[in-house]
Design a protein around this ligand. Structure first.
Ligand SMILES: Cc1ncc(COP(=O)(O)O)c(C=O)c1O
Length: 426
């Protein structure tokens, strides 16, 4: 049997066996059409989280606890991407091209409001990786200069600084992660101690993807400013989760991705560039179709873009704002606390995430006894639970990252599964 024959037969058999559910692979997937985007009752404590959950396309049997990696979008945001893409392909008249081209400025304005800065300071990137790299490429650094990084930073941050340091001749100093999180004061002192008169840049994450540690972003930015040091805050794990007020922190740069905690479309992101850096920051890319506002006129020429996705990024920011970012943050933290407390009570579980509420966010990581993390991840998938695994010798284990679409029943299912694997084996 040729491959194509086999594929056709397999396709037909799968379809006969279970329609689209079988094709999609997981027995828990069923036809599920959520309601359109709607607004919510947002009195404190009054958000109907089940109604929020119902906006998403995951069927009830699938528990998604992987926000730190990739988030689903509400159905209306998926439709926003598809509808605009369809129109772009079916009626590609100049007037519609121009109309959808305006999506960038609409989204830029919404992002500026969301982060409490000006549209002139917002660049729409493809993701945090690109945003971080634009910073490490766009600053004039050379021999004699130093950059201070945090050891846990993502490769898009640390690997970029190290490789470019080798190329351009500046030095990179690393502040090590301490486990468990020793508190905000410790890190403030450790970062300040790492600065020298030659330090030009300090970069850290607000909320880590490894153990969910939270850093005192505002205080670190203020401390760096006092030393004349430029700050890049990697917000991949806080943008869309936490109530980020950049007007209050005044970092020089802040990066984030739409497809993580904001639950926006894939491959869109943001880079905030403080006004005071505009004459010290080089573009990394030169092409057509720049933005029309502020720094984007010189630094966002990226050629043809996925404008429907950029439009939907703005639509999703409106959705978050209709609920309220502080409500979303409180809800995600509450679910993370439930996870942490219940998992900590299971024999054999070792938590990597700090116990103290002020030192953590909504990422919960732990070692499930002697069980192999990858095997646990596969077992979780079999039980309809989406998580992440970390191998190796540095804090190996499982990561659960609940978000505002996660329900208490998802938390119970995840905790129950870990309990059972540890009791009866995989
Ligand atoms: C802290 C941090 N920075 C950057 C990234 C890269 O994000 P993206 O893949 O969206 O560029 C990640 C991804 O997990 C991350 O956790």
């Amino acid at each position: 049997m040729s491959d194509s024959t086999m594929n056709r037969r397999t396709f037909a058999r799968l379809f006969a066996a279970g329609g689209s559910a079988a094709l999609l692979g997981h027995p828990r997937l069923r036809d599920h059409r959520p309601a359109a985007l709607r607004s919510f009752d947002v009195r404190p404590g009054a958000v109907d989280w089940q109604a929020v959950r119902d906006q998403f396309v995951m069927p009830p049997g699938v528990s998604v606890l992987n926000a730190a990696n990739l988030c689903p979008s509400p159905a209306a945001v998926l439709d926003d991407v598809v509808d605009h893409t369809r129109r772009l392909d079916s009626e590609p008249f100049p007037s519609f091209r121009s109309e959808i081209g305006g999506a960038k400025e609409r989204t830029r304005g919404l992002l500026a409001d969301f982060l409490r800065v000006s549209p002139e300071e917002i660049l729409i990137t493809r993701n945090t990786s690109e945003a971080n790299n634009w910073v490490s490429t766009g600053l004039d650094l050379g021999p004699g200069d130093e950059v201070v990084i945090f050891s846990d930073n993502h490769p898009s941050n640390n690997q970029a600084w190290k490789s470019k340091g080798e190329r351009f001749g500046y030095t990179v100093r690393e502040v090590p992660h301490v486990d468990p999180h020793p508190g905000a004061e410790y890190y403030l002192e450790a970062f300040e101690a790492a600065l020298t008169p030659n330090t030009r840049v300090l970069t850290f994450m607000q909320h880590t993807n490894t153990s969910g540690d939270v850093f005192p972003a505002k205080e670190l930015c203020a401390m760096a400013r006092e030393h004349g040091v430029v700050t890049l805050v990697d917000g991949a794990q806080s943008f869309g989760l936490m109530d980020v007020d950049l007007s209050d922190w005044q970092p020089d740069f802040f990066s984030g991705s739409a497809h993580k905690w904001p639950c926006g479309p894939k491959e869109t992101g943001v880079l905030f560039v403080n006004q005071r850096m505009h004459d010290r920051f080089w573009p990394s890319m030169y092409s057509a179709y720049t933005g029309r506002t502020g720094l984007s006129r010189t630094h966002e020429g990226m050629g043809q873009r996925d404008t429907p996705a950029i439009h939907a990024f703005g639509t999703q920011i409106e959705f978050l704002q209709s609920i309220g970012q502080s409500e979303i943050e409180a809800r995600s933290r509450e679910l993370a606390t439930m996870l942490l407390e219940e998992l900590s009570g299971i024999d054999g579980v070792h938590m990597w995430t700090p116990v103290q509420a002020e030192r953590r966010g909504a990422v919960v990581t732990f070692r499930p006894g002697e069980l192999e993390p990858r095997d646990v991840l596969a077992a979780l998938e079999g039980d309809g639970i989406v998580a992440a695994a970390r191998g190796g010798s540095d804090r190996p284990g499982i990561r659960f990252s609940p978000h505002f679409y996660t329900m208490e029943a998802d938390v119970e299912r995840a905790v129950g599964a870990i309990q059972q694997y540890l009791r009866t084996g995989l």
